[in-house]
Design a protein around this ligand. Sequence first.
Ligand SMILES: [Zn+2]
Length: 269
Amino acid sequence: MSFCTSILFFWHNVAHSGTLWHTMTQTMGRVIEIQRICQHCNITFIAKRTTTRYCSSTCSKRAYKKRKRDEKIKASNNETINIINQPLEQLKAKEFLSITDASRLLGISRRTIYRMIDRKELPIAKFGNRTILKRADIDNHFNKPLPIREKKEPKPVTEFYTVKEIEEIHHIKYGRLNTIIKNNNIPKTLYNVKLRVSKPHLDRYFKKVREDVSTITEWYSIAEAMEKHKLSRDQVYNRVHDNNIPKQRLGKYIRISKIHFDELFMIGV
Ligand SMILES: [Zn+2]
C-alpha cells in the first residue's frame, strides 16, 4: 500500500471513528493509527507502519509458506513444460537421462521404467535424490535375450486310488464317483482292467466340496427329497450316507444339499 492510500486510511479512520480529538492528539504525539487490510486473511487491523502487510505473525508466516509453495509449484510446472517442449532430437543426443527423459525417449510410462529398475533390468545411479540412467544401458537392453517363459507341463499323475479305497475314504458309491470324474475332468486310468483315479485330483475335489458346504444355498428336507425322486425315507437316508451328501442338522430335522443329491440321479445310482 502506498503512502497516499495509507493517508486515506488515516482520514477514513479520523472521519468515522468519532474520536477525532483522540486521533488528533495521537497524531500530535506522533502515534498514528493506521488501518490496513491483512493481505493473507483480509481482516482490517491497526498497524504501526504503513508497510505492514499482515495482521499477525501467524498470517505473515502462512503467507510466506504459501508464497514458497506457489514458487515450488510454478518451478515444477515450468520444468514439466520444458521437458515436454524439449525437442526429441535433443533428447536423443543425451548421454544421461532422467526417468522422465527415458520415458519420453522410449514412449513408455515412468512407472514401467521404475518397475524395470526394481527388477534390476536397468542399471541406475543416484545423484542426490535424482535417478539417472545411461543411454548406453537402454541401448544395451535391446541386445539382451528375452526371458524364456517356460510352458508349464502338467505334472504326470503318479498316485491313484482304487475304487475300493475311494468308497472307504470318501463314502461314495461307484455311480456317484463316475459322475464326479466326468463333471470335474478328474484323470483316471485302467490298471489290470480296474479303474484307478488320480489321488491328488480327487482329494482336491473333496476338499473343495467340504469348503463349499458353507456356500450351499439350496437344501432338501428329507420329505422333499423323497417326493422329488420317488424314494422311501430309508432310501433317501441310505443314499445320503452311501454317497457322503453334504447335510445339515436343524434341530431335530436334517436337510441335505439339493445339488449334490440331484447329482446322484443324473446317471442313476
Ligand atoms: Zn491476517
